[in-house]
Design a protein around this ligand. Structure first.
Ligand SMILES: [Fe+2]
Length: 142
């Protein structure tokens, strides 16, 4: 349940990212900037949902505070830093820099998402099964 919602949110963020990359490759910098801003907003929401709803709930339930959620929080910071660097390149109109940063960012995101989708989300689904509906509502309203 949580896995489905969060995995489909990953795919939505991916689609916005691809839109920004495609627009930049076509030379449409204004369109690329607009799409990238949308992507960053969607990512910011996604990361906040995890950090303020999912992770604290899982930590409280499992008692695992220095475990997988700590690793995920560190990776979120790496992704935020890379997203800012990528935006900077786009703002400066540096296409090669933007595409280079995008490639690195995409690798970071995909590796991170895979860990969440294949390990953390299913663990959370099991650990928080009795609260899944309430949690899902909080996530959707975020
Ligand atoms: Fe995450």
């Amino acid at each position: 349940m949580l896995t489905n919602f969060l995995t489909s949110d990953h795919r939505d963020c991916d689609a916005l990212f691809a839109k920004a990359e495609n627009a930049a490759s076509d030379g449409g910098f204004d369109a690329a900037r607009a799409a990238y801003a949308e992507f960053e907003a969607a990512m910011a929401r996604h990361l906040s949902i995890e950090e303020s709803v999912l992770f604290p709930e899982f930590e409280a339930r499992s008692g695992m505070v220095g475990g997988p959620t700590t690793v995920m929080r560190v990776e979120h910071e790496q992704m935020r830093a890379m997203m800012a660097q990528t935006r900077q390149a786009l703002e400066c109109g540096e296409l090669d820099d933007f595409l280079g940063c995008s490639e690195t960012l995409n690798i970071l995101i995909q590796q991170h998402n895979m860990k969440e989708e294949q390990m953390l989300y299913p663990i959370c689904d099991r650990a928080l099964a009795d609260r899944a509906e309430a949690l899902l509502e909080r996530m959707q309203a975020y």
